[in-house]
Design a protein around this ligand. Structure first.
Ligand SMILES: [Zn+2]
Ligand SMILES: [Zn+2]
Ligand SMILES: [Zn+2]
Ligand SMILES: [Zn+2]
Ligand SMILES: [Zn+2]
Ligand SMILES: [Zn+2]
Ligand SMILES: [Zn+2]
Length: 486
């Protein structure tokens, strides 16, 4: 039985020379003396007992070893052990036997070897201990524990025989490490990320000829595309040639030029006659259009005449609509008469020259009225006065209105620029129901008016500021309340 080691065990170093079959490294051994070592002799001086060098011990161990013990074995193992012990030992056959009979663990105890036996059996054990290192049989120079040798030979020995899994060429371990990463048979993914796996040796050919991501130049527009998008580009490339969709004889043209070809040149495309808007219905290939135009000159001319007639009507309608928009429906007309002096000169030279105002209405659906003026007077005021009149014109809603017209009418001629309020001349009347002028008017344009032949004298007109900047303002106010406001 192995006793507790704490008291008796010493870890000792074996010099390499004592283990002839293991020439490279030091070993350690756990010595478990079964019996305490013998005490030093009593005649030994006390001073010298503390020295324990090997020379000392050799000089002191003068008695030669017993002849029946093989000196090479015992002395080689035991003497160095004894020399290191903290106390003096005098080898003798009895103690040597005792030491060699000590129970020891394998020197690879810490690595996991469970072997334990007498010291004399250690050497034999080490010859088979699976944790003991032996030289690599490939002579790579490594000392490898037996238990690791299979792995070493298979995977780490630099002189192992190794076959490249890709090209099946045999290498040494070192050679394979250098070969890895350069093997031309190793499959690898294309660097252009096309997704292809290609052996290294064919990669440059792949990238130049097969890779879907290699750059290719469009032969029509010279822009560069990856090979897998070039065909899609071809379907839209503005410079790629396409035939005319009308199958004219122009031949293939760049896609970008197609629109202008169809618009301006294509002989096969049906085009409408240039008089289409005037009503010509001809439509045919461009090369027939000229002949059509030549042989249809008079027809086209009639179409144009009819068109211009229609346009004239439209213009009239538009003018009426415009006039309506600017029509006065308030029942009060403020009539601004410009170029007064020229109009006065003209009136004096032409007998009965009448100036008429724009028509106005008493309300949106009311009576249509018009004021008129004789600058040189008429009737009793001729040559001395300005005469003013109002007439009822035929209106759109006359059928619904009350007749005769009975609203009061007030004419006011304003003085201009006067301080303290608007001065001027004003005259009013309320139509008498018996007066013919205010019956429902016929469609005759020369309806009679009613008003004041001597409205304002030329003398007053010149004296007071009625004319300013050659302009005169006359207000005509029509009021249904019949109250005469002067
Ligand atoms: Zn062992
Ligand atoms: Zn090796
Ligand atoms: Zn290879
Ligand atoms: Zn690729
Ligand atoms: Zn292109
Ligand atoms: Zn064409
Ligand atoms: Zn035509």
């Amino acid at each position: 039985m192995v006793r507790s080691l704490s008291q008796w065990t010493k870890t000792l170093s074996f010099p390499a020379r004592i283990s002839p079959n293991r020439n490279s490294k030091d070993c350690s051994v756990n010595v478990l003396p079964i019996t305490p070592p013998p005490a030093p002799p009593r005649n030994k001086p006390a001073t010298s007992t503390t020295t324990c060098s090997s020379s000392n011990s050799s000089t002191m161990s003068s008695p030669s070893p017993p002849p029946n013990v093989p000196i090479t074995e015992i002395s080689q193992i035991v003497t160095p052990i004894l020399s290191l012990l903290p106390f003096q030992i005098y080898p003798d056959p009895e103690s040597e036997k005792a030491i060699m009979g000590s129970l020891v663990f394998c020197i690879h105890h810490k690595q996991g070897c469970k072997w334990s036996d007498e010291l004399r059996k250690l050497k034999a054990h080490l010859n088979t201990c699976k944790h003991d290192a032996i030289p690599c049989p490939n002579k790579c120079g490594s000392q490898i524990p037996r238990v690791m040798m299979t792995d070493h030979l298979a995977f780490t020995c630099i002189l192992r025989r190794a076959i490249c899994e890709f090209c099946n060429v045999e290498f040494t371990g070192l050679g394979l490490e250098e070969h890895a990463g350069t093997c031309s048979s190793e499959p690898m993914y294309c660097e252009s990320k096309c997704g292809a796996r290609v052996v290294r040796g064919r990669m440059s050919i792949h990238r130049a000829k097969d890779c879907s991501k290699r750059l290719r130049r469009c032969p029509h527009c010279s822009r560069e595309f990856s090979a897998d998008t070039l065909s899609a580009h071809g379907a839209t490339c503005p410079r790629s040639p396409v035939p005319c969709p009308q199958r004219c004889d122009a031949g293939p043209m760049a896609r970008a030029d197609l629109d202008s070809h169809l618009r301006d040149e294509c002989k096969a495309l049906s085009v409408p006659c240039s008089f289409k808007d005037a009503g010509c219905r001809f439509k045919g290939p461009r090369h027939l259009l000229e002949a059509h135009l030549e042989s249809n000159t008079s027809a086209h001319l009639s179409l144009m005449v009819a068109l211009s007639g229609r346009q004239g009507q439209q213009i009239t309608m538009l003018k009426n609509a415009m006039a309506k928009l600017s029509t006065n429906y308030t029942g009060t007309l403020l009539w601004k008469i410009t170029d007064w002096s020229a109009k006065m000169v003209e009136a004096k030279s032409k007998d009965g020259l009448e100036l008429v105002s724009p028509p106005f209405y008493t309300s949106q659906y009311g009576y249509k009225l018009q004021a008129s003026m004789f600058l040189n007077g008429n009737g009793p005021g001729e040559s001395t006065h300005v005469s003013v009149y109002i007439k009822v014109l035929p209106g759109e809603y006359d059928a619904l209105l009350k007749w005769p017209f009975s609203h009061s009418v007030t004419f006011t001629l304003f003085e201009q620029g006067t301080l303290g309020g608007q001065g001027g001349v004003a005259e009013s009347f309320v139509p008498d129901p018996s007066w013919e002028n205010f019956q429902r008017p016929s469609s005759e344009p020369d309806a009679l008016g009613f008003g004041f032949p001597r409205f304002v004298s030329h003398e007053l007109l010149n004296r007071r500021p009625f004319v300013r900047e050659d302009t005169v303002f006359l207000r005509v106010k029509v009021d249904p309340s019949k109250i005469v406001a002067v």
